[in-house]
Design a protein around this ligand. Structure first.
Ligand code: NAP
Length: 262
């Protein structure tokens, strides 16, 4: 995708999972990537693996307003501009039902799943307005449109993020800034790895992983869980010039799980 060459991209939560796959994929297309996560070690390993030069990796806790500011300043200062903002960071934080999540759990979920994106959008918009091909892509979840009983705080925040995508797209349409969300289905990543560790009950970690993958994949029409690389193609397309008449839209990438014809 030649239109991504030299484009300046922010990817939050870039050290693992979907964020890492996105950082690697953007860099492969010749883009410059600014990525963050809390842990420095995984960011360093990403920095060693990523293609190209001029990337910026910065440890920051995006549930904190001051860290969002510090990360944004670092990225914007290094790039002198932003073309694409990918609000990827997000976390379930607690696997509980309605009665098991406290006010504090709701507040924590709000900060990382919604406010990190709100703040980064607000900070990035002046730079995006100067870009020739500006894009905001929010990584939401099928949990936004198809919530289950488990982790209602996360489901509600993702619904908020998908909803914000549509209102912000209208606000920014006059600037030609396209704003869309991508909603993954179950994608094998670190949080699922932690789930396997918790559920292994005497089995090996490999067996626990395989059994989660099999059970989860069984409900997916394409009969497998996703991998982070399943999400990159659509995000790269939405970031490119080819998507210039697509905005205010949510796209499920879920192996057919949600089966929504509209
Ligand atoms: N995987 C799925 O099944 C799935 C399904 C639907 C939607 N999603 C969404 O897709 C996005 C990526 O998910 P994933 O499963 O790929 O994630 P993941 O593998 O758990 O990785 C999350 C990344 O974000 C970083 N991170 C977590 N909390 C952070 C914080 N407070 N501040 C800064 N960085 C933070 C983590 O690094 P540190 O821990 O070092 O900070 C890590 O690099 C999320 O928005 C998630 O909700 C995932």
């Amino acid at each position: 995708m030649s239109s991504l060459k030299n484009r300046k991209v922010i990817v939050t939560g870039a050290a693992d999972g979907i964020g890492r796959a996105l950082a690697l994929a953007f860099a492969k297309e010749g883009a410059q990537v600014a990525g963050c996560s809390r842990g420095k070690e995984r960011l360093d390993s990403l920095a060693n693996e990523i293609e190209g030069s001029g990337h910026v990796f910065f440890p920051a806790d995006l549930s904190k307003a001051e860290d969002v500011r510090a990360f944004f300043d670092k990225a914007h200062g290094a790039f002198d501009g932003i073309d694409i903002l990918v609000n990827n960071v997000g976390a379930v934080l607690k696997l509980g039902n309605f009665f098991e999540v406290s006010d504090e759990d709701w507040e924590n979920s709000f900060q990382i799943n919604l406010m990190s994106a709100v703040r980064l959008c607000r900070m990035s918009i002046p730079a995006l307005r100067k870009s020739s091909c500006p894009r905001i892509i929010n990584i939401s979840s099928i949990a936004a449109s198809h919530p289950q009983e488990i982790f209602p705080h996360y489901n509600a925040m993702k619904a908020g993020l998908s909803n914000l995508t549509v209102s912000l797209a209208q606000t920014l349409a006059e600037n030609g800034i396209c704003v869309n969300s991508v909603s993954p289905g179950p994608v094998w990543s670190r949080s699922w790895e932690q789930e396997a560790e918790a559920q292994k009950n005497g089995q090996s970690l490999e067996d626990a992983k395989n059994s989660i993958m099999e059970q989860t994949g069984e409900n997916v029409p394409l009969k497998r869980m996703g991998v982070p690389e399943d999400i990159t193609g659509l995000v790269l397309f939405l970031a490119s010039e080819q998507s210039s008449w697509i905005t205010a839209t949510n796209f499920a990438v879920d192996g057919g799980l949600t089966r929504n014809p509209f």
